[in-house]
Ligand binder design. Sequence first.
Ligand code: SAM
Length: 315
Amino acid sequence: MQGAAGGGGERGGSGRALRSRSSHGPPSFPSADNRAEGGHDKGRLYLVSTPIGNLADITYRAVEILSTVTLIVAEDTRHSRTLLDHHAIKTPSTSYHEHNEARETPRLIAKLLAGQSIALISDAGTPLISDPGSRLVQAAVTAGVPIVPIPGPSALLAALVASGLSADRFTFYGFLPRKGKERTQTLTSIIHSSITSVVYEAANRVKDTLQDLSDSGAPDRQAVVARELTKKFEDIRRGTVTGLAQQIGEELKGEVVIIVEGAPDRDVDEETLRTHLAELRAAGVTTREMVDRLMTAFGVARNVAYRLVHEHSAH
Ligand code: SAM
């Protein structure tokens, strides 16, 4: 709990965070201290991760911060009320979502600059991860407001670590584009990637997405469909992309993360890579993206990718 002492919510000296500060000495997280960041007049913006289903999956520090800030900014205040009531958190809340963030951001920044601390939460998991908040964080960075992450659950990490697939390196795609060229490009990128891919998907689209991955050229690739994690009907299915596509019904319900194994190593000669680089350059892809593409699509080592891109750009 010592970490929470650095949280320093400021709704009066009776807050538990302030008590633990005096009883345990100085906070062990200097960056959570306003003075350490040179922002002693400003409030802090806390980015608080909340459960992805099981209400007990919240850290002591998160409860402490949510209990002591001036305001909780929530994606959906009615949804979050269940969590807040469960933990007896009485802090007032206001809504912040894609339809009001442009209007609300300056108002929230003004509060932070006036010395009030605010906690941002989303309906589930970590704010900003396929959820609102990046506009507020960017504005807070610009305004010099201290930003304090309070880490905790996120569906992508829960699914990844339970998948049994490599978690050493992975690409998180969030929600896939629903149709058109962008979807095709993203599916292509997933099936060519040599590292694990993690995708958020609506339950009723899981079957189609697996079928699309199969049709795009990865029918035998190992995949995992992680559904309703941390909840009563948690269900983790493993199999090939095609096998899962056949097994899963159209009427799947709940919340789902799809994980796809990286493509097996391919022996690609440098001439093939140079041809690919020429195509990328013609498509206007940046040098940095070219390096990434060689690494993820062909499993090329970073130093080799840099050399090839550098040689290619020099011509
Ligand atoms: N910010 C959240 C996070 O950190 O995980 C994600 C928010 S995004 C709007 C919601 C998506 O996350 C769902 O459509 C689903 O893909 C995934 N998700 C959330 N909770 C989940 C759960 N309990 N089990 C599986 N997937 C979940």
